[in-house]
Design a protein. Structure first.
Length: 190
């Protein structure tokens, strides 16, 4: 069984919306506004590229990343990896041609089936809505969270507000950086 890793930039109050400056959100770009850049805080991003064997996205995140990441040198290790996009509306003709093989999955059951295949970890960037659905369905195995020392209030959240049984997490790695960012790597306890 493959490990599904959710990786996210998250505010202290759980918001994941528009960390890089995407339009339409009041606090867009919150990961770099008034937060000193400390390179070691982002070391996990390079490690994720080396460890991942596939990428998973929701439609909106795929549409945001796919026009940009294929040409970015800092994400070159992701280019040859197979990509999977979970969407009921995306069509084959909307997929980019310069970012490796991409498969559209139409349901969480198809994500569960993908996890049953042979191979290494599957990494999921962004994809707030998909993250909430996968978490509620018990399909996420690990979280890589860079927690930023900022409160944003409104915005898309990493976790749902669904009334469900408690889900235990085990902290397997953590680090605090001089700019207040915290790395938390947590495994889901089954």
């Amino acid at each position: 069984m493959r490990t599904l890793i959710s990786t996210a930039f998250v505010s202290l109050d759980g918001v994941v919306e528009a960390p890089g400056g995407e339009e339409g959100y009041r606090n867009a770009g919150w990961t770099f506004k008034d937060i000193e850049f400390v390179p070691e805080a982002y070391e996990i991003k390079g490690r994720e590229q080396k460890e991942a064997s596939a990428m998973l996205f929701g439609r909106a995140s795929y549409e945001a990343f796919s026009p940009v990441w294929p040409a970015m040198e800092e994400f070159a290790d992701y280019k040859p990896l197979p990509k999977y996009v979970v969407s009921t509306t995306l069509t084959e003709d909307a997929l980019v041609s310069d970012w490796g093989d991409t498969t559209i999955l139409r349901s969480l059951d198809e994500v569960a089936a993908l996890k049953e295949t042979e191979g290494g970890p599957i990494i999921m960037h962004g994809s707030a809505g998909l993250n909430r659905a996968l978490s509620d369905a018990g399909l996420i195995d690990r979280y890589h969270l860079l927690v930023f020392p900022v409160l944003l209030g409104a915005g898309k959240r990493l976790f749902s507000g669904t009334d469900k049984d408690a889900q235990k997490l085990k902290l397997v790695e953590h680090e605090a950086y001089s700019n207040g960012i915290q790395l938390n790597i947590l495994d889901v306890v089954r």
